[in-house]
Design a protein around this ligand. Sequence first.
Ligand SMILES: C[S@@+](CC[C@H](N)C(=O)[O-])C[C@H]1O[C@@H](n2cnc3c(N)ncnc32)[C@H](O)[C@@H]1O
Length: 260
Amino acid sequence: MPGTPTVRLAFGPNKYAAYHLLLCRWLRQYGIRDQSYCYVTLGGTELRDITSLRFICEGLTSEVWSYEDNAGRYRAAEATALELQASGLQVRLQNAAIWSHQRQSDLPHIYFVDLLGICAWGDYNLRFGEMFQNEVIREGDCLIITSHLGRNPGAAAIRTQFSGEFDVLGVNNADAESVRNVFRRAHPSMTLFKALSLNGIQSELALRCFGAVKYRDGSPMGIYGYSIEGGRTDLSSFVQDQDTKYFDMTKGRLCASAIF
Ligand SMILES: C[S@@+](CC[C@H](N)C(=O)[O-])C[C@H]1O[C@@H](n2cnc3c(N)ncnc32)[C@H](O)[C@@H]1O
């Protein structure tokens, strides 16, 4: 509404602690020293994740695209982007959906799809599917997704959404606790698997979840990190990967997958 002041989106330290932990794990496992990267992220108003990445290494922000589909927040982000520009960092800020991103360089990309909602409902599977199919996200990239862990949709809705995946994974549908646990630790993974399956490209891209961190920032949230390589993604190996590490930011320690 014209004249309505924009509420700035300021997130707390837990969010960034969680994000930084995942980044460390990705950098250690997959990051290539001296490689330049293109960073594609969601805007908000403060662009704090961009500042973090810049601090770690300027090469991680060789190119930066920031998408914000909310007009008011976009205006606030413009002011932040100007401050970053004054410090030597050019952010290509777009008042558009991140799904419209087109790959413009051959640099490996780091995507931070820093959602406010839950990466399970709506058309996330279609949207990610298009990005994989069109090689907007491709091998050599890193994908980090934030997803809300509250607003409990209930076991029935979860069973309906992921019935096919639960069959393959052997999840006992009658056990509400198992349904809830697999949902909490793996709903973005199952959404990404749907994205691959929709396009029949499970045998072209190998997705691995290198870690997931739960934290509280007013609400319970989860942040999930994925490497994208050439190869094949098998749903069971993907979701039950023993190398996926889980961390509970509230307790400040590793967490068993069964209680994520
Ligand atoms: C969690 S905030 C981003 C915060 C930012 N990463 C930071 O650390 O400062 C997410 C923002 O993305 C916007 N958004 C959500 N989905 C989007 C989409 N598909 N495309 C573009 N913007 C989106 C929301 O309006 C919100 O302002």
